[in-house]
Design a protein. Structure first.
Length: 228
């Protein structure tokens, strides 16, 4: 028996309606007055619930094109809550960063065995591009490569919750300004670990890559401008 505070019982009438529609996730929904009559709620109340679904990334509303259900993603919900938390207290980022590190460690082996040869090539390209930025004139921070590398490692997981949390981490990382500047020596060390991780993945030495990931995580706590 479901508890009163269970996730399903707490859903709005519209979210229940949305979840029980035809499984074609790209379908366009009927006009609001039609849904209103079907659900037995006012159009005004329906608009409120529709806006909530829109904020959660579950539907897309476009002028003259109506409302369309979107493929499920956990990211929009996490983005809203995490963004609010960071406005309350930047220290929440450190807690979320710790969660992200545990997630990456826990899913490492499951993720890397699913990567394709094409993924391996892309990982090598990211490492190469990062070193070119670090050794170029002027020196550039390879943040885009940093984000892309980590997300690519876990991109083949069939788990929208893991992916949503990892994507939200990088958005928060940028929101608190950690992509702007850090010590050059630190960056070199970080990319030495990334290089080891990618070489291990491509050679099938997954345990070695895992050790590089863990050591890289420890290094993050030594970052000069943040322990994130």
């Amino acid at each position: 028996m479901l508890r009163e505070k269970s996730p399903i019982r707490s859903l709005s009438v519209f979210l229940r309606y949305l979840a029980t529609r035809n499984p074609d996730e790209a379908e366009r929904l009927p006009a609001l007055h039609v849904i209103s009559e079907e659900l037995g709620i006012s159009v005004a109340r329906l608009r409120e619930q529709l806006e909530l679904a829109r904020g959660l990334g579950l539907v897309e509303v476009r002028p003259r094109k109506g409302t369309r259900r979107l493929p499920y993603s956990f990211l929009p919900a996490v983005r809203q809550s995490l963004g609010y938390a960071l406005l309350l207290d930047r220290q929440y980022f450190q807690a979320f960063s710790d969660l992200r590190q545990h997630i990456e460690a826990a899913y490492w082996h499951e993720a890397v065995v699913r990567l394709t040869d094409e993924d391996h090539q892309q990982l090598n390209d990211l490492v190469r591009a990062a070193w070119e930025k670090l050794r170029g004139t002027p020196i550039q921070i390879p943040h885009d490569e940093h984000r892309a590398l980590h997300l690519l490692v876990y991109s083949r997981l069939d788990n929208p919750f893991v992916l949503g949390l990892l994507e939200a981490y990088w958005e928060a990382y940028e929101a608190v300004g950690l992509n702007v500047y850090t010590d050059y020596t630190y960056l070199e060390e970080v990319w030495q670990y990334h290089t080891r991780m990618v070489e291990a993945i491509c050679n099938g030495n997954y345990n070695e890559g895992y050790q590089a990931l863990v050591q890289h995580t420890d290094l993050l706590y030594q970052r000069p401008d943040s322990n994130a």
